[in-house]
Design a protein around this ligand. Structure first.
Ligand code: ATP
Length: 312
């Protein structure tokens, strides 16, 4: 089995005919066995990138490889090892969920017809649709349709799953179910690449992430590193006094708002409990005191100087 990155792109660029530069010189590296979040606001180029990765559209320039093989050249050998869910699954509404899967499986020349029923039953079970398998798929909720699409991608064992906004349009319960499923698949050794415009979703399920803005890659790496910066946060009715005391004790980069002071704690090994004690000793009334992990959103804002929900 190939052990390099699951996905790699170099200088990958797509300019549409109208002149729109949708993806600009993208160098993406998706490690094997990661759950990789491809993050960016609407219009930042995520779907266009995924469509190039899967060989659905040709890049204007640059290269992409899946499981170590060049795309789209190696499509025929690579794509059977890759499950994909792009822009919602194509389903026949008048067929049951089970029959939709049977149809998908029958379209796969590699799939042995003798084991079809077992394979379909296992895929339905995997996504929790066994009880609803006999229902017409047009009667499915959006979440159930999405799960059926995932089941179709899971009919064969896959080394890599590529999911475009897998939780888009789902209610919170549906989102939780899909995220749990993604974690399970990853635990079984499948590399998962998913796009999302939801920062907290990426923080919840992904080990790695890349952030896109306006067709360009802003940053990529382990989620823990992207959001590693943490700051001291004190909630208090006496923010000015708190800021003064913290500054005297060596804290830097202070921000003071109504009832809150945040700061970089003093360098060195000092015990945070001593800082808290010093505040109280100086008469500062402390409501809460602790280190706050910066979110991926903070990291995004710091990197781009923009809020996350900007139009692309
Ligand atoms: N076929 C096309 N022809 C022309 N422009 C396109 C085409 N497809 C996408 N674009 C443009 O390319 C840019 C990137 O779009 P893309 O769909 O890749 O973004 P995205 O990050 O996936 O956003 P979303 O979350 O809304 O799908 C957008 O400005 C979009 O309007």
């Amino acid at each position: 089995m190939h052990q390099g990155p699951a996905i790699e792109t170099r200088g990958l660029t797509k300019r549409f005919r109208g002149g729109q530069l949708a993806v600009n010189q993208l160098d993406l590296t998706v490690p094997r066995d990661s759950v990789f979040g491809f993050l960016g606001p609407n219009g930042s180029g995520k779907t266009t990138t995924i469509r190039m990765l899967m060989g659905l559209i040709a890049p204007t320039s640059g290269t992409a490889s899946l499981l170590g093989r060049p795309m789209p050249k190696a499509s025929r050998t690579v794509l059977p090892r890759v499950g994909a869910l792009i822009e919602g699954p194509a389903l026949y509404g008048f067929l049951s969920g089970r029959d939709n899967l049977i149809r998908y499986d029958s379209a796969d020349p590699e799939a042995d017809p003798r084991t079809r029923r077992t394979r379909v039953a296992a895929a339905l079970d995997r996504v929790g649709l066994t009880a609803a398998a006999g229902k017409k798929s047009k009667a499915y909720s959006l979440g159930m349709k999405q799960r059926l699409g995932l089941a179709a991608a899971l009919l064969q064992p896959r080394e890599l799953l590529v999911l475009d906004e897998p939780t888009n349009g789902l209610d919170p319960q549906g989102m939780r179910e899909i995220r749990a499923l993604i974690r399970e698949l990853a635990a079984d050794g499948t590399t998962v690449f998913l796009s999302s415009h939801l920062l907290d979703e990426i923080e919840q399920v992904c080990t790695h992430a890349a952030v896109m803005a306006q067709g360009r890659l802003i940053v990529q790496g382990p989620v823990a590193e992207l959001a590693a910066r943490s700051r001291l946060a004190v909630t208090t009715p006496d923010p000015a006094d708190a800021a003064r005391v913290l500054k005297e004790l060596g804290a830097t980069d202070l921000t003071v708002t109504d009832h809150r002071v945040t700061a970089e704690p003093p360098p060195g090994e000092g015990d945070l409990a001593d800082l808290n004690a010093a505040l109280v000793h100086a008469g500062v009334r402390v409501r809460s005191f602790g280190m706050e992990r910066a979110s991926l959103e903070d990291a995004f804002v710091a990197l781009t100087g923009e809020g996350f929900d900007v139009a692309g």
